[in-house]
Ligand binder design. Structure first.
Ligand SMILES: Nc1ncnc2c1ncn2[C@@H]1O[C@H](COP(=O)(O)OP(=O)(O)OP(=O)(O)O)[C@@H](O)[C@H]1O
Length: 344
């Protein structure tokens, strides 16, 4: 995996929180908060594929939508860094000021069946963003959409068909074409292949990787499926209860996972090489409610290695240097020296 430096950062998240108010009673007063994201720090590097993994409900989609400003952060900074080094904290912008940034950051959703309007032809669905971003001539829009369809291995004339005329895999490719239409720099793929059969998944993943190379894209790849991330991600961030609990190069996560939560997640994936199969660690219970997260380490009630400190003090995400690479983890039980600030 290539090493990144500060100049390569495209997105910088600092202490990002998203607390949804829960309303109740006759007056619909806020009675509590769902702490969906609770202090995320993360740098995303230009040109990388960053996996965001974790069980259902740990905050992956909320974080993705917050980066795109489809959900407003309760607190923290989300800084976008352009190729000419201009830095903009997206959380501080008003809706109309976000317009140029929405072009640069796009999303592909999970469900190819519901993400296209059934009443519109493919041209009708795909021309909208082009119109918004100033492509006035219909002929030009038809040319761009035809080129986009060819880029996702489909025929140009398909633009005059309706979504129900396509298979799930084809619809997902159309969703990718739509995300690409206004030439973004970063695409968030939210469970983009999870609804597809395994063989179709492989085709769509291959397509995503081809497009990444051709168009110099950055991906944040959200999934609960750790068997997919190993092959396509440069780095992986593991989320639990709205926090990142481990973050490192993909190969390092699979080779030497540090956090007990990651160990449990990875132990559940079947591997072809039986020598590499680790003993299955069964996670007891569900992810606790983000309304009242556990004290101390949020994972401690489900952790088979927990000690007293784990229920008392929340562990920080610490940086370790392993084989010359950064490996971050938030767990009291890791017995490794923390990296010194200048270790690189
Ligand atoms: N608008 C909302 N209002 C209140 N709670 C919400 C809202 N959106 C999400 N949540 C809660 O925030 C937490 C994180 O949800 P989120 O969908 O981000 O998780 P996820 O990891 O993407 O899960 P999944 O893979 O099931 O989509 C969950 O407890 C969810 O119920």
């Amino acid at each position: 995996m290539q090493q990144h430096n500060e100049d390569d950062v495209i997105l910088r998240l600092r202490d990002v929180k998203v607390h949804f108010p829960l309303k109740g009673g006759f007056m619909q007063k806020t009675t509590a908060h769902v702490k969906a994201i609770d202090g995320v720090n993360l740098d995303v590097y230009r040109g990388e594929v960053l996996g965001l993994v974790g069980e259902s409900g740990c905050g992956k989609t909320t974080l993705g939508k917050t980066i795109l400003q489809l959900i407003h952060a309760t607190d923290g900074e989300i800084t976008y860094r352009s190729t000419d080094d201009q830095e903009t904290d997206l959380t501080k912008l008003k809706d109309h000021e976000l317009f140029p940034y929405r072009k640069r950051l796009q999303i592909v959703f999970q469900d190819p069946h519901s993400s296209l309007n059934p009443a519109f032809t493919i041209f009708g669905s795909l021309e909208d963003p082009l119109k918004k971003y100033g492509i006035k001539s219909r002929e030009e829009r038809r040319k761009i959409i035809g080129d986009l369809l060819e880029a996702v291995n489909m025929r140009r004339e398909y633009m005059d068909r309706f979504p129900h005329e396509f298979s799930g895999g084809q619809r997902q490719r159309i969703g990718i074409a739509r995300a690409l239409s206004i030439e973004p720099e970063l695409i968030i793929c939210d469970e983009a292949v999870s609804a597809l059969d395994v063989s179709i998944q492989a085709q769509v993943l291959q397509l995503l990787m081809k497009l990444k190379q051709e168009k110099n894209l950055t991906y944040i790849f959200i999934t609960h499926d750790l068997s997919v991330t190993e092959y396509i991600c440069d780095r992986i961030a593991v989320m639990y209860l709205g926090r990142i609990v481990e973050l490192c190069a993909s190969e390092d996560l699979y080779a030497r996972r540090l956090h007990p939560y990651t160990q449990a997640l990875l132990s559940a994936i079947p591997v072809a090489d039986l020598d590499k199969q680790t003993k299955r660690i069964v996670l007891e219970g569900d992810v606790p409610s983000p309304v009242n997260p556990p004290s101390g380490c949020p994972f401690h009630p489900r952790c088979q290695f927990r000690k007293d400190v784990c229920s008392q003090v929340e562990p920080k995400l610490k940086r370790y240097r392993i084989d010359g690479r950064d490996h971050y983890a938030a767990c009291h039980l890791i017995d490794l020296p923390e990296a010194t600030p200048d270790a690189a």
